[in-house]
Design a protein around this ligand. Structure first.
Ligand SMILES: N[C@@H](CCC(=O)N[C@@H](CS)C(=O)NCC(=O)O)C(=O)O
Length: 208
């Protein structure tokens, strides 16, 4: 196998990194993985890659690309343009973009932030983040009661973008059992070929 040109910079417990890893695995793209712990994200070398000091960053040859959702769109457009991972109609694309916005907005401010506070001792308002997570999950549960995936009849990038922080919400004290359609969607994504869990995936049993 040729040496990969792609390197993913991230950490194993970052949901933003995990969504990119999922896609790299599902597209069967060879890649190197470089762990960038929190303190290293302030180094001059890393800030050259992403002045915002955030993971993930993907490099592909000379291309340097921060931002999980941007990276996923690049990978599909570059390496799997005929696939169903990104819709091809104006309406389909708009539906998908809406969920990228939710992944960067409500999902980050709700379940991802609650997990950061509860599991990684980050400062912040845990109760407010948990309330935002519950508001989002109630909406997603209603949305998914009528369809199998968020934006199309088959999984798209936005399902991967929303998966990791939803599945790990119990780590932030947000149980998933009140949301049966959401849980069915998580099960479907976990059943996709080449799915790879983020470490510590909570079991979806009564109480969480
Ligand atoms: N919009 C960015 C957000 C990425 C993000 O928030 N990454 C977190 C880790 S999951 C981070 O690097 N935060 C700064 C830090 O930890 O120093 C993306 O989608 O990639």
């Amino acid at each position: 196998m040729p040496h990969p040109t792609i390197t993913l910079h991230g950490t194993p417990t970052s949901g933003h990194t995990h969504r990119v890893e999922l896609l790299l695995e599902m597209l069967k793209l060879p890649y190197d993985y470089r762990t960038v712990p929190a303190e290293a994200r302030r180094s001059a070398d890393f800030l050259d890659l992403n002045p915002l000091g955030q993971i993930p960053v993907l490099t592909d040859g000379d291309l340097v690309l921060p931002d999980s959702n941007a990276i996923m769109l690049y990978l599909v457009r570059r390496y799997a343009p005929e696939s169903d991972w990104w819709p091809k109609t104006p309406e389909g694309e708009a539906r998908a973009l809406r969920w990228f916005s939710i992944a960067a907005g409500e999902l980050k401010n709700g379940p991802a932030t609650a997990r950061l506070i509860a599991r990684f001792n980050a400062p912040g308002d845990l109760a407010a983040a948990q309330a935002e997570a519950r508001r989002l999950f109630a909406f997603m549960d209603r949305h998914l009661a009528k369809r199998h995936f968020l934006a199309a009849n088959a999984p798209t990038l936005v399902d991967l973008a929303c998966y990791s922080y939803t599945a790990h919400a119990p780590e932030g004290g947000v149980p998933l059992t009140p949301y049966p359609s959401l849980c069915r969607w998580l099960d479907a994504l976990e059943g996709l070929p080449r799915f790879k869990p983020m470490p510590g995936l909570p079991k979806r049993t009564a109480g969480n």
